[in-house]
Design a protein around this ligand. Structure first.
Ligand code: NAP
Length: 369
């Protein structure tokens, strides 16, 4: 397998990693080294086998998959010596996507998994460059590493000096990205991808896990939270998962990407008004949130049960108030001519997302169309 291209991937059991895997296996020259940790009840091999079955891998495709058991919170990911040897001999590209993505994650967990895990990834990448064949390290950051709690236009090739964070997820991704940038400045070849809020496929709405923004939508759809502290004209930056994967892979192929960061976001985020309109038109039976300007919103006006839910949702609310906006100059320049275009995230796309979530029984709507 000497003419194969070895690709080391973390986070493949997650929303994004799974779709990266689905795409990367299509190229016959790709040999995939996949980091998987033991689950609560199942061994890494069982987890990987289940995924490959779900993704419909052929026997030939399975030949191009190498399971690496490990945990990013451990030095060297806790890899076996022979697995590290294989990476040294065969890995050319490394995508680090594993992270704790819960917006209400504790400071300790976010730092241990996101900051610590990325430091371990950088150490491995440096070793693979120094002693092996690694040519590029790609890090999945987030557009919200810039901190979503202040009015700010975020540029791709820098982070704000004085960010204001909504949660420990954001602050840990800021710290991680800072460390990745330092490693690039010290000579590690690589690039950074910053998606906004990743949602389902642009054409089907399909997504493997309803996380990040979906639980939030569910609380409103099911009438468990009735008041939304935002403005109808505010927008929220969502991005279909297929665009994130295609854009990241297209940009990774361009050697000029090294040392740069790329916002993988929509350039035309939908407004709250559009979301509510689509919901009313397509699902009149779905509960309607009452939109209240953040300055007029009073937590005390909520029922005690709603206050509890509202407190849980606090880390999410900034994403509905578009204080943070994103420059896309690098991404636009690098996607030009690749055939990958910025996504349309209009009313029709919102319809597609809602239809999929309803079809899967995630959103249960009385008298849906
Ligand atoms: N989803 C979004 O909206 C979004 C937006 C912007 C940026 N991003 C970034 O994109 C990347 C992928 O996000 P995602 O949404 O795919 O995340 P996700 O669905 O939450 O999946 C996280 C992945 O990381 C793995 N992981 C977590 N802790 C680990 C550990 N200690 N050792 C090994 N693996 C570990 C998980 O494995 P287990 O299955 O074992 O838990 C899983 O495969 C992250 O860096 C995230 O910050 C995501």
């Amino acid at each position: 397998m000497n003419d194969m291209r070895g690709i080391f991937l973390t986070g493949i059991t997650g929303t994004l990693g799974r779709e990266m895997l689905r795409e990367l296996i299509q190229t016959p020259e790709n040999l995939l080294f996949l980091l998987v940790r033991a689950g609560n009840r199942s061994a890494p091999g069982v987890r990987l086998e289940k995924m490959m079955s779900e993704l419909g891998f052929s026997a030939a495709q399975r030949q191009r998959v190498v399971l690496l058991e490990g945990d990013i919170t451990q030095a060297g990911f806790g890899l076996k010596a022979e697995d590290l040897q294989r990476l040294l001999a065969e890995a050319h590209v490394f995508y680090h996507a594993a992270a704790l993505t819960q917006l209400n994650g504790s400071r300790e967990d976010c730092e241990r998994i996101n900051v610590g895990g990325t430091l371990h990834a950088l150490e491995i990448a440096k070793k693979l460059v120094r002693e092996g064949r690694l040519a590029r390290f790609f890090y999945f950051s987030t557009a919200y590493a810039a901190g979503s709690r202040q009015k700010y236009c975020s540029f791709e090739d820098r982070l704000p000096e004085h960010p204001v964070f909504a949660n420990f997820y954001e602050s840990s991704k800021y710290a991680s990205e800072t460390n990745v940038r330092k490693a690039f400045a010290a000579g590690l070849p690589g690039a950074i991808f910053r998606p906004s809020i990743v949602v389902g496929h642009s054409e089907t709405g399909e997504v493997s896990q309803f996380n990040v923004i979906y639980p939030f939508m569910r609380l409103f759809a099911h009438g468990m939270l009735r008041i939304l502290p935002t403005r109808l004209e505010n927008s929220f930056n969502i991005v279909p998962i297929d665009f994130v994967v295609k854009a990241a892979l297209a940009i990774s192929e361009n050697p000029a990407c090294l040392g740069k960061a790329f916002h993988l976001v929509t350039q035309t985020p939908p407004t709250i008004e559009t979301l509510i309109r689509v919901k009313k038109e397509d699902y009149p039976g779905m509960a309607d949130p009452l939109v209240v300007a953040p300055a007029d919103f009073r937590r005390e006006d909520l029922e005690p049960a709603e206050q509890f839910i509202y407190d849980m949702l606090q880390p999410y609310l900034g994403y509905l108030n578009d204080d943070l906006t994103f420059d896309t100059a690098n991404t636009a320049a690098f996607l030009a001519g690749t055939g990958v275009e910025f996504p349309k995230t209009d009313a029709d796309f919102l319809r597609t997302l809602l239809r999929y979530a309803v079809g899967q029984g995630y959103l249960v709507i009385p008298s849906s169309k």
